[in-house]
Design a protein around this ligand. Sequence first.
Ligand code: ARG
Length: 400
Amino acid sequence: MGRAKKVVLAYSGGVDTSVCIPYLKNEWGVEEVITLAADLGQGDELEPIRKKALKSGASESLVADVKESFVKDYAFAAVQANALYENRYPLGTALARPLIAKILVEVAHEYGADAIAHGCTGKGNDQVRFDVACAALNPNLKILAPAREWGMSREETIAYGEKFGIPSPVKKSSPYSIDKNLLGRSIEAGVLEDPTVEPPEEIYEMTKAMADTPSQPEYIEIGFTRGIPTSLNGAAKNPVELIQQLNQVTGNHGIGRIDMIENRLVGIKSREIYESPGMLVLIQAHRDLESLTLTADVTHYKRGIEETYTQIVYNGLWYSPLKTALDAFIQTTQERVSGTVRVKLFKGNATVVGRWSDHSLYSPDLATYGSEDQFDHKAAEGFIYVWGLPTRIWAVQSRS
Ligand code: ARG
């Protein structure tokens, strides 16, 4: 009796997920492995990957194009939440996992599978995100993670695969571990494991080296509708187009590189390099538009919500009651966050230089230092008297 009869495996086409197929069947007694590759705009050719799964022993090999939902339902929700893990990482990898889990569970239902499988090891965040998301969506499905248990080295894994006709990587495979999708690239391992070493230029694909960026600034205008990015330079864009074009123009100016020591949920500190030009600029522009359209108290209170939101997304709790509750708060705040933000791109910097909204709370009559000033200066005196009263009482008391 195996651990499961019919399994849906999250498939990338790499050695580890390919080896999972014969491993599940031969070591764990699984009768049927259905693979599912998600198209998240990673730029891989998916047809060869689909065929490779069949050659590796899958009974069915599926590809799901989920680009649109990925950007609209996951990435743009994170933009509304201004989500930056440890103030820096815009969650490109973390946001993809709950969507992959969702389609794994859907396919499991469709094909009557009794388990989900993935190729994550036991050291990362992604295993947590897959396992918890699948459990939230269907707690009756088993979750199998062969790479968490098989204890094979890289060489042993390749050798195991070769026994079952899985070719070893032809070109000398990259020393880096890279996860990529429409939101960016996450790069670790190799020389990057030494936190004192500057990342070599070769690791970057979406962002230009500073020496090669244009010597003139470029201005772009990003339009938002209820906190969702909807246009670029005055032209309406669908979500996928928008993020693709934005990655391109901002990456061209060397914007979006992040080199950080990151605290994983499993307690390990890791050195990760990200390039995520579009998402970083979207969050910066969105936050700026919020400062124009939200009241002070909502803006300030939302910072705390954003911090919690970011932590729970990073930590794999996308499908959870707390996330749902925070979503409701965030959605309410976004009702009037519509308008346009003008951003200057130059030599690795994106700078907001202008913002407009029909819902602007900025009042020139009150803000001006000129003669049109409508603010009642005399009223400030009474306000300050009451505002400062506790401090005044404390100061008197502490001197006696
Ligand atoms: N540390 C990031 C996260 O947990 C990205 C991990 C992606 N994997 C990689 N091979 N770089 O979201």
